[in-house]
Design a protein around this ligand. Structure first.
Ligand code: NAD
Ligand code: DAU
Length: 341
């Protein structure tokens, strides 16, 4: 019998890529536990529906009674389910604290109550560290950088992150934490900057660039992230946190210009708009710990090639994008999984 991995948030951007990665590259059975919020889209996994090592469980991490049975069968957990969009958290933090803190605590509690709970990986974010100045460039987040989250989203992720740490320290649960930089790749919900801008540019619309576009993000391909999470699952030290990054820092203006170029549009496509409240200036990851201890390095993230392939994916998959934006993906859930639309 293969081991069983419980992946939470498997219908989201990173989760769906991770589920597909595990089914393709590894031997485990995967239970995809997802509450199907607006960000959960099972069309992203239509190609693995019916796979003999894959099952979907429609459940909310805040309602443990919905997943007790799955916890009993799982050998390990990769916990990704979360409210993930910073702008939404600025508008209304409540769902963020509920899912990302309380939901994580409930999932951890269910896990610790089971017999011989195995590895539990909490997928955190680099945003727990706050932000960095633009200079000096050598300054990066390490695992010992103090946690100073700035947005309600980042605070809620820090709450989950610290709970995972505390459950190791207090109860001896075999938790690990990953803190990754910005992901790009296929199946990302088009509220995030890359798919939003690409969709707009394909359709000849302008793109809303926050502030002066000088904020910097460190971009990593989602499959490099999936591989790193699996490396931590297999070999991470209990109770430890691991940074994951692409060594690929770009200002938003540089990113926007590359996307404009890849979509064959003009500089006039840029529409400067009011800045995000409390907009973090720069993220940059020092990923030497995971490289030195677990032998992981990104291999799929180099630009311009990886960005070009991502843009091409959005050009080639207009139906997926259209269904997300029209709400058609909800009908797919109802037809294939019997969920309410
Ligand atoms: P996403 O918003 O695309 O997906 C989140 C998934 O979680 C959705 O399928 C949603 O339905 C599910 N979910 C939300 N609330 C739930 C609940 N209460 N119960 C069960 N399922 C629920 O997010 P993403 O971008 O794929 O991010 C996945 C994880 O990785 C998050 O924890 C995020 O904080 C973290 N992360 C993301 C990035 C990034 O660049 N996207 C980088 C680092 C870390
Ligand atoms: O760093 C990891 C984080 O990356 C994850 O923890 C989050 O879940 C994920 O959403 C992402 O957060 P960001 O806020 O960095 O991603 P977003 O795509 O929303 O924005 C990226 C940058 O682009 C940011 O500096 C804001 C800017 N932006 C974003 C949008 C949506 C714009 O200029 N215009 C926009 O319309």
């Amino acid at each position: 019998m293969p081991d069983t991995i419980l992946v939470t948030g498997g219908a989201g951007f990173i989760g769906s890529n991770l589920v597909r990665y595990i089914l393709a590259e590894r031997d485990e059975h995967v239970i995809n536990l997802d509450g199907l919020t607006y960000a959960g889209n099972l069309e992203s996994l239509a190609d693995v529906q019916g796979h003999p090592r894959y099952e979907f469980l429609h459940a909310d991490i805040c309602k443990p009674e919905q997943y007790t049975e799955a916890i009993g069968r799982a050998d390990s957990v990769l916990h990704l389910a979360a409210e993930s969009h910073v702008d939404r958290s600025i508008h209304d933090p409540s769902a963020f604290l509920n899912t990302n803190v309380i939901g994580t605590q409930m999932l951890l509690d269910s896990w610790r109550r089971k017999e011989n709970p195995g590895r539990f990986v909490y997928v955190s974010t680099d945003e727990v560290y706050g932000d960095l100045p633009l200079e000096p460039k050598s300054l990066k987040f390490t695992e010992s950088t103090p946690l100073t989250p700035n947005s309600p989203y980042a605070v809620s992720k820090t709450g989950g992150d610290m709970l995972a740490r505390a459950y190791h320290h207090t109860y001896g649960i075999n938790t690990c934490i990953t803190r990754c930089s910005n992901n790009f790749g296929p199946y990302q919900f088009p509220e995030k900057v890359i798919p939003l801008f690409v969709n707009n540019l394909i359709e000849g619309k302008q793109v809303p660039l926050y502030g002066d576009g000088s904020n910097v993000r460190d971009w990593l391909h989602v499959l490099d992230h999936a591989e790193a999470i699996c490396r931590v699952l297999d070999a991470g030290k209990p109770g430890e946190a691991y940074n994951i990054g692409g060594n690929n820092e770009r200002s938003n203006l540089e990113l926007t210009r590359m996307l404009i170029d890849l979509c064959g549009r003009e500089e006039s496509s840029i529409k400067p708009v009011e800045d995000r409240l409390g907009h973090d200036r720069r993220y940059a990851i020092d990923a030497s710990k995971i490289k030195n201890e677990l032998g992981w390095e990104p291999t799929r993230s180099a630009w311009p090639g990886a960005l070009e392939a991502t843009v091409q994916w959005y050009k080639d998959n207009r139906a997926w994008c259209d269904h997300v934006r029209s709400g058609e993906y909800r009908r797919f859930h109802a037809q294939n999984y019997g969920t309410a639309t």
